[in-house]
Design a binder for this molecule. Sequence first.
Ligand SMILES: [Zn+2]
Length: 455
Amino acid sequence: MKQKDFYKNLLEPYQDEMLETLKQFVAIDSTYDEATVDKNNPFGKGVSKALGFIEDLAKRDGFIVNNYDNMVVEILNNDLEKNITIMAHADIVPVGTGWPQDPFILLEKDGFLYGRGVADDKGPLLAAYYAFKALRDNNLLGHYQVRFLVGGNEERGSACMEHYFKKLNKKQPTLGFSPDSAFPLTFAEKGIIGFSVSKDINFPQLISIKGGVASNSVIEKCTVTLKSDLEFLSYLDEVEADYSYLATDENMTLTFHGVAAHGSVPWKGKNAAMEAVKHLGEFYKNEDFKLLYELYSPLKGEGVKASAYSENMGDNSLNVGLFSFLNGHLNMVVNYRYVETAKEEEMIDNIVMSSKPFIIKVLGTSPLLFYPKDSILIQTLLKAYQDETGDLETPLIASGGGTYAKSADNVVAFGMQFPDFDSHMHGVNECTKIEHLNLAMAIYARAIIELGKKI
Ligand SMILES: [Zn+2]
């Protein structure tokens, strides 16, 4: 057998079983479900069921398995201290609307697979799981532990891994990866600061503003209710604002239209709330609104003296994701991300100082992740990918941030979306290819063996 095809051949007998398992796994709606959250189901019953499914699978396959409070399922081959840790997640994002078929029934068509979770993260999870199993079955693992962790809260802040590593104080990975992004691998993830901006504002003509669905999305639609004012409407027409309206005698409700985009790349969208702020500030000469626009419309943080650029990671980003004005009180939520040349504390100080008289409250932070490109972890994983695929061209990825890699030491996101393939993650018609899953299994098997040689 040629060494080149060793892992592909090793994994071939597992391909059908993986596909069958994926079918059953996708059928479980493991969206976070507030309505069924209780003491035993911290993320709702669907997530618990998906974790239970993996727990049963690994037990049947003869692994040591622990379910920690329906937050994390831990799958081990032994109890050695040094470990290779793999972190994947069983929860999914809501299916949304517009699917041409049932997103919980795995659809296979021309080598493609469609269904919620096939790419994020149920497919990649199983690719890595069967790689682990094949190595174990064939006695190829060395004198170290492989620890496979399946969490249930990745899509909503990774409280699962916080529980496992911080509360239960489990040992940190010696080396590891998370199959929850794209190949070749993500060596850097921006730091994230979530904060609110508030102030009481005197704006007699204005009744309310409401816009946004999540802090990490660009506001697509913003509704403004104010006292009827035909002159304002003519002004909006003059400046060619994108809006529609409904008027009664006394009040009128305007909807400003923007373009949705992920909050980590706000320059790919157009923020409807900031459009509304601009026009209201300009026309009514409201100083607070004018200042708000100056501070928070620049998308790289320039307005609040919190911009930075790095060769590795690009620009800082700033996104106003939620906007509300009611009874004279403004409150908005901002999702801000910074690169490795910026420091968290300094950025917060700059934002607070330059935003006066607006009041800033930090709601949460997620640290920056950055591994040098020449580190053992990065080089070993990259080589495993290159040796299996022959792709020496695709560069390493720096991202807006937010995978499990931030929840533990010595772990980076590694696959499994392949270059030039769009899996519509989080969108309608999420998909992957059977061929990709099979190739990913071989890459993950090789990666485990190669990491094992380094610890
Ligand atoms: Zn994911």
